[in-house]
Design a protein around this ligand. Structure first.
Ligand SMILES: [Zn+2]
Length: 305
């Protein structure tokens, strides 16, 4: 038994890969991390929080941190490993080094962007990232001895969203292609539904034996096949939920209040509005583009078939 297994939140996935569960079942503002035990000990994403990072580090020193993309639940407690190696995606803009600029990247409008910055800094305790030691690119092989990690650019959720395939054990880390019941999340200006769906289909076609995501427990090939199918269906379900709101000729504001994605269950209603607005608008653009709906003076209607 590896001494990591003395920690109640750490579970073996393969002999060289461990799941480090985030608090609250790895839900936002946390995420699950994965520990890779090769010639060095590497952690994928720091959303398990400062306390759990410290407990792991005291049991087995963490040599490096790989960040899959710049969302707050994935960079959360990165500063606990500030003095270790830091790997970031090639596509991650330098705005991650300034929380005000990061807010402007993730949220439209100065007041709302500032609100986002205040929440992640004051409520979540997130610190701006530093310059990385290395930036990985699409297809790059990260050689950690017994761990052979291929970086896979999978944009759509975010421009700099990465997944990883550990080619020795055929373990696929799909990070925020996360298979949760919510379905795909694309609530930032740069998020893109079509690119997201293409990324999911590309991931599904890879040669994997098991899948680990950032917000669910790892699953074997068969369960992952089903999860991929459900996740792809969720794009359609989400679009149809927005289309249904067009049946009564709603405008965007009425749709945001109807809350087809969050069902008004997010504790922070202001943040809910910010994200819901983006997700509704992206679906409206898709529906308009496909010719399924029409817009008249700010209101949206289903086109008769
Ligand atoms: Zn994310």
């Amino acid at each position: 038994m590896n001494r990591l297994e003395t920690l109640p939140f750490v579970h073996p996935v393969t002999p060289h890969i461990y799941l480090a569960c985030g608090p609250g079942k790895g839900r936002f503002p946390n995420c699950h991390g994965y520990l890779l035990l090769g010639d060095r000990t590497i952690l994928i994403d720091s959303g398990i929080g400062t306390d759990r990072i410290r407990q792991i580090d005291q049991t087995m020193r963490i040599d490096g941190l790989i960040i899959s993309h710049s969302h707050p639940d994935h960079i959360l407690a990165w500063h606990g490993l500030r003095d270790r190696q830091l790997w970031l995606p090639a596509e991650t803009p330098e705005t991650v080094e300034d929380l005000i600029l990061l807010g402007r990247r993730f949220v439209e409008g100065e007041a709302n962007a500032r609100y986002w910055t205040d929440v992640v800094r004051d409520r979540l305790g997130i610190q701006p990232l530093r310059q990385p030691n290395h930036r990985f690119d699409d297809g790059e092989r990260l050689d950690f001895g017994a761990i052979q990690l291929r970086a896979i650019h999978a944009p759509g959720h975010l421009d700099d969203h990465y997944c990883f395939l550990e080619t020795t054990s055929k373990t696929l880390f799909t990070t925020d292609v996360d298979f949760t019941g919510f379905g795909p999340w694309y609530g930032n200006p740069e998020s893109d539904i079509r690119r997201f769906r293409e990324s999911v289909m590309m991931l599904r076609s890879l040669a994997y034996d098991r899948v680990g995501t950032s917000h669910k427990r790892p699953m074997d090939r068969n369960a992952a096949d089903r999860a991929f199918a459900r996740y792809l269906e969720a794009f359609e379900r989400q679009k149809m939920a927005v289309r249904a709101l067009c049946a009564t000729g709603m405008d965007l504001e009425a749709m945001i209040q109807a809350s087809p994605f969050y069902h008004n269950r997010m504790a922070d209603i202001k943040m809910q509005r910010i994200f819901e607005s983006q997700m509704i608008r992206k679906n409206l653009e898709l529906l308009l583009d496909e010719g399924g709906i029409v817009e008249k003076q700010g209101r949206f209607f289903i086109l008769d078939e």
